[in-house]
Ligand binder design. Structure first.
Ligand code: NAP
Length: 216
């Protein structure tokens, strides 16, 4: 596929570009201020910044280029606007707060556990350069668990991306933990999403489960 990679010079982008090429994709790299023309690409992949992602993705959807969005920090208003645009142009827009396959499984296990244990809190820990808090993954996990879950955010040097879901009941606790120790963790999920993108309906689809479950 011809893939427009927005945020190619960033921490995730620099890890992702070689993995996309190794999988056989032709990659156009774009950074801040490049204003690339998305026309002619089969898909756009955005790992930029919360203040840049909406305009980037709107430019792609507006010319009928499907988008895969890894950037976190999109508001409900942003998502509604992108959904309308994507539906209007008949293309999918996949928004995934965490492309690590283990994180998608963590969210699924946490949702299941919340059905059986009465209380839960989430601790999400990230490198100090992460701009948004709580993380998109923590918010998505809380939503999948029914919403009433306190989230604690930690930002420290030395961390990459980590999350613990702690559940408590009478006389017991359950901890579900996922650790991303390198940004290589995100490439398999992005590659799977590219592979399955044409099976998604027009509009915004949220979460890796949409492609992961189909992959079996
Ligand atoms: P980063 O290192 O700050 O990289 C962002 C890159 O985007 C920078 O090179 C930046 O350039 C560039 N950029 C800024 N504005 C742009 C624009 N309008 N068009 C194109 N590129 C632009 O951040 P990161 O750690 O790679 O993370 C990127 C985003 O992905 C964050 O929102 C992060 O939370 C999210 N993330 C998601 C996942 C996931 O699995 N979904 C995993 C990790 C991170 P400058 O340096 O010039 O600003």
């Amino acid at each position: 596929m011809k893939v427009l990679l927005l945020g190619a010079g960033g921490r995730v982008g620099t890890a992702l570009a070689p993995r996309l090429r190794a999988a056989g994709h032709a990659v156009t790299e774009a950074g801040r201020g490049d204003a690339p023309d998305p026309t002619g690409h089969d898909a756009a992949v955005d790992f930029t910044r919360p203040d840049a992602v909406r305009a980037n993705v709107e430019r792609c959807l507006a010319v009928g280029v499907p988008a895969i969005v890894g950037t976190t920090g999109l508001t409900d208003d942003d998502l509604a606007a992108l959904d309308g645009l994507a539906r209007g142009h008949g293309v999918p827009c996949l928004v995934v707060p965490n492309f690590a396959l283990g994180a998608a499984l963590m969210m699924r296990f946490a949702a299941e556990a919340a059905r059986h244990l009465p209380r839960a809190e989430i601790v999400e820990l990230h490198h100090e350069g992460k701009l948004d808090a709580p993380s998109g993954t923590a918010k998505a996990t809380a939503a999948a668990m029914g919403g009433d879950v306190v989230i604690h955010s930690v930002r420290l040097p030395g961390l990459v991306a980590h999350q613990e879901v702690l559940l408590g009941g009478d006389g017991q606790t359950l901890t579900i933990r996922h650790d991303t120790v390198s940004r290589d963790a995100f490439a398999p999920g992005v590659l799977l999403a590219l592979d399955r993108l044409d099976r998604l309906p027009p509009g915004v689809t949220r979460g890796l489960d949409a492609v992961l479950l189909e992959a079996g």
